[in-house]
Design a protein around this ligand. Structure first.
Ligand code: SF4
Ligand code: SF4
Length: 473
């Protein structure tokens, strides 16, 4: 079991303790001493000091050595995080997030699309009136018994705006029940932006809380990676639609970075000129994803990802340090969410809530644990309108990170908490077995975010005082 992790990042040395989620910055000499220490046994706070370092200690080094030993004893004596099953009263559930695969079809042909335009390689399909009605009933029934007050509903695809009349129907019906249910619905949409115009745009601007538009950077890169179904250019159309959108504050851009993209920082800079308030950049797929040779070519090697992320963080922390109020930062980045999450120091023993607080409904009304499991028949949980309960696949329940190989011995285990079931399933065929490349990437990114946290604490700690995720309203 590894309960601490020492690493170097951006020229500084750090020591992270898994049990307490505490991060220490070490001097060069302390870091060298640590590498020579034989770690004390976890839980033995009063055990004899660990073995003397093999080299001779000078009089000046001895106190530092003793301090390091004390720190290890103290930190490794911290009890393991307790596994908590969120409490529900009889008849109550925890469902809070619903994804609706409205259109399993698309008018674009992006080179890296993980679900083949929502079709998963089957004939395209749009949600019709009947399935929509059943999906609405399912959501309302579950929400009525949910212990959550805020309910998030995301429209997804393919391109969900291909099925705009049904999107309108579902939206209005859900909102109509808000008061009676005593809940608030937050409606969001992931779109390719080509149909985001006219009355469609006006409707979304009125009822939705967030609209994510996919745009991959400058026109050249975007049009290579995200052409229309017939190879046509789409960048200019999407940019025009975003510029004309009635409430630009709702718009966020999501860009996917491939091996052919400009760097993270360069892409962020290009997108920052488009007048949106939020930019989310993600690297394409995990290595080994689907073992698809095209995806393998598109993947950015982990080393390059981490170098680019660090470069971006240096830029971004400097950029936000010029703003005294977090709400005044004109451009939010998903990197800031990750730093804030790490700052919180929460420790988790289970991964996400796929199938327990999250559900996805496909265009035929079939129910799955989350968007990433849609149309994987083994993981189907039931069908909207067919009353036989929701059955969760065995591998997605009862997970505890301390009892799961190989996670139980990983230093990142209470932050990663076992990772993403769906990605593991794609990479290894088992939702509980992470691929070594996945873990390498998670741990590498965590080190960069720890570094980012210290940069923020040095330059603009005020942005960490209030958690921007604490109140989505
Ligand atoms: S998935 Fe990998 S990185 Fe995450 S806890 Fe498990 S072993 Fe660690
Ligand atoms: S399985 Fe993965 S994609 Fe699905 S909810 Fe969990 S973390 Fe998200």
């Amino acid at each position: 079991m590894s309960d601490y992790h020492a690493f170097e990042q951006g020229g500084d040395n750090f020591l992270f303790f898994s049990r307490s989620a505490r991060l220490y910055q070490l001097s060069e000499i302390a870091s060298r001493m640590l590498s020579e220490l034989r770690p004390p046994q976890p839980g033995l706070a009063h055990s004899p000091p660990p073995g003397l370092p093999p080299r001779h200690l000078s009089a000046g080094e001895a106190p530092l050595y003793a301090e390091l030993c004390d720190l290890l004893h103290q930190e490794l004596g911290v009890p393991l995080p307790v596994s908590r099953d969120p409490q529900t009263k009889p008849g109550e559930n925890r469902f809070q997030t619903f994804s609706i695969y409205l259109a399993q079809n698309c008018n674009m042909a992006c080179c890296y699309c993980w679900n083949c335009g929502g079709t998963f390689g089957k004939p395209g399909h749009l949600m019709g009136e009947k399935s929509a009605k059943r999906a609405i009933t399912l959501i309302l029934d579950l929400v009525q018994e949910s212990n959550a007050d805020k309910i998030f509903v995301n429209f997804y695809g393919g391109e969900p705006l291909l099925d705009f009349p049904i999107l309108t129907k579902i939206t209005l019906e859900l909102l109509q029940h808000e008061a009676q249910l005593g809940k608030n619905f937050y409606l969001t949409l992931d779109t390719n932006g080509t149909l985001l115009e006219g009355p469609v745009a006006q409707f979304l601007a009125r009822y939705f809380t967030q609209i994510g538009v996919s745009l991959d950077g400058n026109q050249r890169i975007h049009d290579i990676q995200r052409p229309g179904k017939y190879g046509e250019s789409t960048w200019q159309l999407i940019v025009n639609n975003m510029k004309a959108f009635p409430n630009p504050k709702l718009l966020g851009i999501r860009a996917t970075l491939t091996a052919f993209s400009d760097s993270y920082l360069e892409t962020f800079r290009q997108l920052s000129t488009l007048g949106v308030s939020r930019i989310q950049l993600e690297y394409c797929h995990e290595p080994g994803y689907h073992k698809n040779p095209i995806f393998e070519k598109l993947n950015v090697p982990v080393e390059r990802q981490l170098t680019e992320l660090r470069e971006f963080i240096d830029y971004y922390v400097d950029y936000i340090s010029h703003y005294q109020e977090t709400r005044d930062i004109p451009l939010a980045s998903n990197v800031l969410d990750n730093i804030t999450r790490i700052r919180r120091g929460s420790r988790f023993t289970k991964p996400c809530g796929a199938g327990t607080n999250t559900l996805a409904i496909n265009s035929r009304g079939e129910i799955f644990p989350c968007i990433a499991f849609v149309d994987r028949d083994d993981f189907a949980m039931g069908k909207a309108g067919v009353d036989c309960g929701l059955s969760l696949h065995d591998t997605l329940s009862g997970f505890e990170v301390d009892g799961q190989l190989p996670c139980h011995s990983c230093w990142l285990r209470y932050d990663c908490a076992g990772g993403c079931y769906a990605t593991h399933y794609d990479m290894t065929g088992n939702p509980r077995h992470p691929h070594p490349h996945y873990c390498e990437s998670m741990k590498g990114r965590a080190e960069v975010y720890f570094y980012a946290l210290t940069q923020m604490l040095n330059k603009c700690p005020w942005h960490l005082q209030r958690d921007p995720n604490s109140d989505p309203s």
